[in-house]
Ligand binder design. Structure first.
Ligand code: SF4
Length: 406
């Protein structure tokens, strides 16, 4: 259930959705309204041990032909990537979806917020499908619409909202993107966060950065030259975000207390440790990592930047990579003449990305062959309209979407 927007007066109100009892959620029934993802994936899935899964996927995809376009995020499993028509980060995939006007069905092998963005950017005739509705994003879940509304009401009460520009990372629900569009803000990616912040500071005194505190801090301090003291964390679980009006007014960056549970695992100690294990290795990490981690790294940049840097490096190069493990393993396999290792010693997959597996993909495609659209992701028109306003502001920025180091 989505919030209700008052689009005439630019004011916003929302109807807090009814909560599903916890006991039902634990049983996989119902949906958590505080979460941007569903928790249930109904359907008669093939068993994972079916030896014919690969051929079933190939047959279903061939039967659908140009009617279907399969997008695969870089963090997806190999078995899913094998059937992707294109791979990329969330922004590239949303653009690819928008460019495929002839495809009736877009199967998004990624997570919920990405499928929402694809639905917003594709035309109304196209249907976007997420093979497993439980594939969410813990970071996006950390900024629920009612929490962001409450934060904005606090800033409004403090008379600071007019001088604050919301900048929202792609990794957010459509509701939060719509809030951003309605309140004169823009979306950003890890590739163009710097340009987005520069744009925001042309008209505002401070930025409310949602929902990843690390990307916001890393970009503000390392790219814009702000100090760590210019950045304060707004904690939605504390009254008034845990801030006073004076502290918020003095800040240049109000960082939403949210993070990626995958990139948040890397520590400065894990960087030091890999340097000891492989002397001379180049450490390259994603800007969703903590500030003290990116400070210890040699290179910092988006997923696309990490891929292009390693692929372009001369034979014999050695990289320790701080991003999701499915991607790191594919980079290692695709660059046998180089050393490519994971920064951390322990396994670090994105659990929700990994929910999309071959049985779910086969089920989604075979259902389409049978004339049934399953797990369609559809953003309500009002939310989609305001979210697109925020996305279009990003696309209008010079160099938007370019894969440059953050
Ligand atoms: S890797 Fe992190 S930001 Fe990306 S989908 Fe997983 S939890 Fe979300």
């Amino acid at each position: 259930m989505h919030r209700q927007w008052d689009t005439v007066g630019m004011a916003q109100s929302f109807v807090e959705p009814e909560k599903t009892p916890l006991a039902l959620l634990l049983l996989g029934k119902g949906a958590d309204p505080d979460s941007e993802r569903g928790v249930e994936c109904p359907g008669d899935l093939p068993v994972a041990s079916d030896p014919d899964l690969v051929s079933r996927a190939a047959i279903a995809k061939a039967a659908l032909g140009e009617r279907v376009f399969v997008l695969g995020h870089h963090y997806q499993r190999d078995e899913v990537i094998a059937f992707a028509d294109v791979t990329g980060d969330s922004f590239k995939l949303a653009q690819q979806a928008a460019d495929r006007g002839q495809a009736e069905f877009i199967i998004f092998c990624g997570v919920h917020f990405m499928a929402e963005s694809a639905d917003i950017l594709t035309d109304a005739r196209q249907q976007v499908i997420l093979p497993d509705l439980a594939a969410g994003c813990s970071m996006a879940d950390m900024a629920a619409a009612y929490q962001v509304d409450a934060a904005w009401q606090t800033l409004t009460r403090w008379d600071l909202a007019d001088s604050t520009i919301p900048i929202t990372y792609m990794n957010s629900s459509a509701d939060i993107k719509a809030f951003t569009g309605q309140n004169h803000g823009s979306i950003c990616t890890s590739s163009n966060a710097r340009r987005s912040l520069e744009w925001a500071f042309e008209s505002g005194e401070r930025v409310l950065f949602l929902p990843d505190e690390h990307l916001g801090r890393n970009t503000a301090v390392r790219d814009l030259g702000l100090s760590l003291n210019d950045c304060v964390v707004f904690d939605p679980h504390r009254p008034d975000g845990g801030l006073t009006r004076e502290v918020a007014q003095a800040a240049r960056m109000l960082l939403w207390k949210g993070h990626c549970s995958v990139h948040g695992r890397f520590t400065p100690e894990s960087v030091d440790d890999v340097r000891q294990r492989v002397p001379g290795i180049t450490v390259i990490v994603h800007p969703e990592c903590r500030y003290d981690v990116v400070e210890r790294a040699d290179l910092v940049g988006s997923t696309e930047f990490i891929i292009s840097t390693i692929n372009a490096a001369p034979p014999g190069s050695a990289f320790a990579v701080g991003t999701e493990l499915n991607l790191v393993r594919r980079l290692a396999a695709g660059n046998p003449d180089k050393t490519v290792v994971f920064v951390d010693k322990t396994v670090c997959f994105c659990a929700t990305m990994n929910r999309i597996d071959l049985p779910h993909l086969v089920w989604a495609m075979e259902s389409l062959v049978d004339g049934r659209v399953v797990n369609q992701i559809s953003v309500d028109p009002d939310t989609a309209r305001w979210a697109k306003v925020a996305l279009d502001r990003m696309l209008a920025l010079p160099g938007a979407g370019a894969a440059t180091p953050s």
